[in-house]
Design a protein around this ligand. Structure first.
Ligand code: ADP
Length: 468
């Protein structure tokens, strides 16, 4: 659809505006020309009438045609072919419509007669006298201090009409040429201006999920299209990053699932290889159950994260007392702390209530306290405290463990990220715990803060909005 293209529409707009401007300017020029020519012609006619009336009033004999022509020439600058001159007198015997005594053609109008009797001139344009309209000026003749008669001088408007006609002809002739030039120029300009868009479209067409690192080429001039190219490139950069994260995530998730599945498969194969005693089968099944649990936890965590990403995480919203919740969590992890010789302390005073989902919040606390115990060597301590600060409920888990290096502090909240020290320590972590905790805190309108230094323990603080 050619008219759908911006280039065609720009050209159309440009040409239309140009035509309008051309017509407006032409119209104004035509009006100004007509006005100036009429004014000049009227001024010349007035000069002729004044001179002739003065001579007529000051003399007893009549003016001769040669003398009249001379005066017309003096004011108009040329000898007019179509000039008119009539005299009427005496004034008191004149009637409107009277023909001049010399058999002239200009009739005397009532208004001209009335004005002349009051000593005033009258301009009129008469049609039908000649092929072109005639401009007539009726002028009073004053003799001895009073109006004795009147004279009429007239001039064909042929010159004026022809000049105006010529002007129109030139404008009319120029219009199509100007239109063609404007249309062609507009098209070329629009084409030049939109060339970068074509280039961008071409590059964008080639970009697919596999080639998100490609860049749209800008002009480098800093203009609107260059800014558009830059914005597109920034967007492509973000998309590329998101795609990389998704790829990394799938790879990590497969890897994390693969490990317990391989162990599970190995155990089952060992169990089937030869007949065994019931206690051996039980040991194998127990171990298989542990791996199955691990897989189930992983899948559950992944499900929670993807639901939270999609904004469809199911959440109860009811008043939850964090004090009770924290006590439950501490009771649940105490055996683990004892088994690792980690001193677990709880210090909560008053009930702290928030609106939220108790199951999700329990999971959040459990992840943090569990991490505290996991990443604290035997003999260390984990301290859980609950308090209110402004409009926030704060749950703080402070441990004296391995700590988090500054460069890892932001990364450990990413999915599947595990700091090197944590990895080297072994342990059963999958790297999803903190990502899940962060998702849950954010789903409740809260956040998690971390203060830590490598080798000096960590303080994780969950801030959740207090229910009002
Ligand atoms: P996981 O504990 O399963 O590895 P998490 O998401 O809970 O996964 O934690 C991610 C990483 O953050 C851990 O591997 C560890 O490197 C670091 N981390 C979390 N909690 C602590 C802590 N209390 N002390 C030191 N490092 C921690």
């Amino acid at each position: 659809m050619p008219w759908r293209s911006i280039r065609a529409r720009l050209t159309l707009w440009y040409t239309s505006l140009f035509t309008l401007s051309f017509l407006a300017l032409g119209g104004a020029g035509y009006g100004l020309l007509s006005y100036t020519l009429s004014q000049e012609s009227d001024a010349a006619l007035r000069g002729v009438a004044q001179t002739l009336a003065e001579r007529e009033g000051g003399r007893a004999d009549s003016l001769i045609p040669g003398e009249i022509d001379e005066i017309f020439r003096q004011f108009f600058g040329f000898s007019p072919l179509e000039r008119y001159f009539e005299r009427f007198s005496p004034l008191d015997r004149l009637r409107p419509g009277a023909s001049p005594p010399g058999g002239g053609k200009i009739p005397l109008s009532q208004e001209a007669l009335k004005n002349a009797s009051r000593g005033l001139p009258t301009f009129e344009t008469l049609k039908g006298l000649a092929p072109y309209p005639v401009r007539v000026l009726t002028w009073p003749v004053v003799r001895g201090g009073r109006v004795s008669g009147l004279i009429q001088v007239g001039m064909s408007r042929e010159n004026l009409e022809k000049t105006r006609g010529g002007f129109l002809l030139i404008m009319g002739g120029m219009l199509p040429v100007a239109l063609l030039l404007a249309g062609g120029g507009g098209w070329v300009l629009a084409r030049k201006a939109l060339k970068p868009v074509d280039r961008m479209t071409e590059t964008a067409r080639k970009i697919s999920a596999e080639h998100l690192d490609r860049q749209v080429q800008g002009s480098g001039t800093g203009d609107e299209l260059d800014r558009l190219a830059r914005t597109l490139n920034e967007m492509l950069g973000r998309l590329n990053l998101a795609f990389q994260e998704i790829r990394q995530f799938s790879a990590d998730a497969s890897h994390e699932l693969q490990t317990p599945l391989t162990v599970l498969k190995g155990e089952i194969e060992v169990g089937l290889r030869a007949p065994r005693k019931p206690e051996e089968y039980q040991a194998i099944l127990r171990s298989a159950l542990e791996e199955t649990d691990r897989i189930a936890r992983l899948v559950e965590g992944l499900l929670l994260l993807s639901r939270s990403d999609a904004g469809v995480l199911r959440m109860d919203r009811r008043p939850v007392d964090l004090k009770t919740l924290a006590e439950e969590v501490i009771a649940a992890v105490r055996p683990l702390a004892e088994s690792r010789s980690v001193n677990l302390q709880a210090d909560s005073t008053e009930p702290v209530q928030v609106m939220g989902d108790p199951d999700h919040l329990r999971r959040l606390f459990l992840n943090l306290v569990d991490n505290g115990i996991k990443y604290t060597p035997g003999g260390g301590s984990v301290e859980v405290s609950l308090y209110k600060e402004e409009r926030w409920a704060c749950l703080r888990v402070k441990d004296s463990g391995i700590g988090v290096a500054a460069e890892d502090q932001e990364k450990i909240f990413r999915r599947f990220y595990r700091a090197d020290r944590a990895r080297s320590q072994g342990g059963s972590g999958s790297g999803l715990g903190l990502a899940i905790a962060k998702s849950i805190a954010e789903a409740h309108g809260g956040r998690i803060q971390l203060e830590s230094a490598e080798g000096q323990g960590s303080v994780f603080t969950v801030l959740l909005p207090l229910s009002s």
